[in-house]
Ligand binder design. Sequence first.
Ligand code: AMP
Length: 242
Amino acid sequence: MGTAVSSAAGDSGEVVHPGHPVVPGPILLLGAPGVGKGTQAKELVKLWGIPQISTGDLLRSHRDRGTELGKLANELMLQGKLVPDTLVNDMVAARLVEPDTRNGFILDGFPRTIPQAQWLDNWLAEHCNALPVVAVSIQVDYTRLLRRITGRRNCPVCQTIYNIYLQPPRIEGVCDVEGATLVQRSDDTEMCFDGRMRTYDTLTAPVIEHYRGLSRFAEVNGDQPVADVAAGIVSSVERLRA
Ligand code: AMP
């Protein structure tokens, strides 16, 4: 399969990485808060050179710029609630038409509701005559997620994600790469976690069932070292693209 995909991709001018001759196309990373979607998306970006599109990051950027969407999002985020579907869909639509999505993209944190999933399916059918979407669900035991969420710290410069319990930086509170002071997301507290998990169970878990019902779906155990989870996702995508 590798050769055929590689040669077809080469003919159409797409970037094919040696050793990983797969054209990734649209990939959805699904899973509860704290399963490692963002960390894994960054691994796939390095491998495939396609963009990570995190709706959480896009909304935080709106918040930091003080836009109307950002102000609304900030309040909802702190309550563990979701931003209304139409606002998030419009934001995603604007991002998906950017030229760097030509060979594919990794959606991280979207879709999070059934209406978002239906919107995405229709949008891709209308706009993307390339590859169908591949959905990978990352699974981590519920009881381990709280530790992952409350221990999470981010570098504000390079966006590297650490965990003070599981993957601490060499110097406490300081990014290994940039030397910047690490920050904690305002919704990564135990109080917010509860609301986020309730939202996840009610609104987002059905999205996993929606994609499980389609043929291009895989599950990966997220309770392993980062590289092993990444390897599981890559081999799932390669298999589903074969
Ligand atoms: P995340 O960084 O993916 O954990 O998202 C942080 C917060 O942003 C969520 O708790 C929601 O309040 C909001 N958010 C992110 N993605 C979505 C989405 N697809 N739909 C609605 N709200 C979202």
